[in-house]
Write a protein that binds this ligand. Structure first.
Ligand code: ADP
Ligand code: MG
Length: 252
């Protein structure tokens, strides 16, 4: 793999080089090298505690890497002089917990960050909110409060909220893990349609059928390193490493 940093506009959308992260004495990421091409969907799988969330959080600087570089769209986001807020605007993130504001309507949940962070005027923010609610199939819930929605609907609102900021890449950290099984499918369907639209995505998930059908690549992490990285059919269907086989056998 090349160690040259990517050039703006030509290289991968996300490029991670020699990434290390420690919490005190606990080295959680032990040298990660990973590229995600423009429009590519990469699913990250691995046991609990293997560093998957930390990896995503280092990409949008919710965690500060101990060592190594992360580039997004050719900009080094780990450069100490970078404008972190400007970087985060380009990266949407969806968590297991949806974190909607309970006292705001669905539309207000979507317009607030647009107005605060992007300084959009009220009418523009409302128009973009409506477009993105439609995109996740929830146009009719515009005036509802989060507590009246199912978990799956709340997660789709959280996805729409991230999309309304116009991100170049989307990071998903176990977006369906907190949902009742019957609500998972609608959220995965929204993610699949985003993938079809050409969104660049990193998705931490235990949904192997989603990874198989939607991902361009699957990355298996264990102990803070990438153990295996390849096409879904290979990594899931014919894993090369014993650790990958062991992990997959326990999911079935
Ligand atoms: P995964 O998402 O694969 O389950 P995480 O990235 O959440 O793994 O965690 C990897 C390791 O890092 C765990 O041992 C966890 O306890 C530790 N860790 C994560 N975040 C923090 C933090 N903010 N402070 C201290 N330790 C943390
Ligand atoms: Mg995690």
């Amino acid at each position: 793999m090349s160690t040259q940093p990517p050039q703006a506009g030509t290289g991968p959308e996300i490029s991670i080089r020699g990434l290390h992260k420690s919490f005190g004495d606990n080295e959680v990421l032990r040298g990660i090298d990973l590229d995600v091409a423009h429009g590519e969907v990469v699913c990250v799988i691995g046991p609990s505690g293997s560093g998957k969330s930390t990896l995503l959080r280092c990409v949008n600087l919710l965690e500060e890497p101990t060592k190594g570089q992360v580039y997004v769209g050719g900009t080094e986001v780990t450069d100490p002089d970078v404008d972190i807020d400007a970087v985060r605007r380009r990266i949407g993130m969806v968590f297991q917990q949806f974190n909607l504001f309970p006292h705001l309507t669905v539309t207000e949940n979507l317009t607030l960050p647009q107005r605060r962070v992007l300084r959009r005027d009220r009418a523009t923010a409302a128009r973009i909110a409506a477009q993105n609610l439609k995109r996740v199939g929830l146009a009719e819930k515009a005036d509802a409060y989060p507590s009246s929605l199912s978990g799956g609907q709340q997660q789709r609102v959280a996805i729409a909220r991230a999309l309304a900021m116009g991100p170049e890449v989307m990071l998903f950290d176990e977006p369906t893990s907190a949902l009742d099984p019957e609500l998972v499918g609608d959220v995965l369907a929204v993610m699949r349609s985003l993938a079809d639209e050409g969104m660049t995505m990193m998705v931490v998930t235990h949904e192997m059928s989603f990874a198989r059908e939607v991902a361009d690549r699957v990355v298996f992490m264990d102990g803070g390193v990438v153990v295996e990285d390849g096409e879904p059919a290979q990594v899931i269907g014919a894993p090369r490493h014993e650790r990958t086989r062991h992990f997959l056998s326990r999911l079935l």
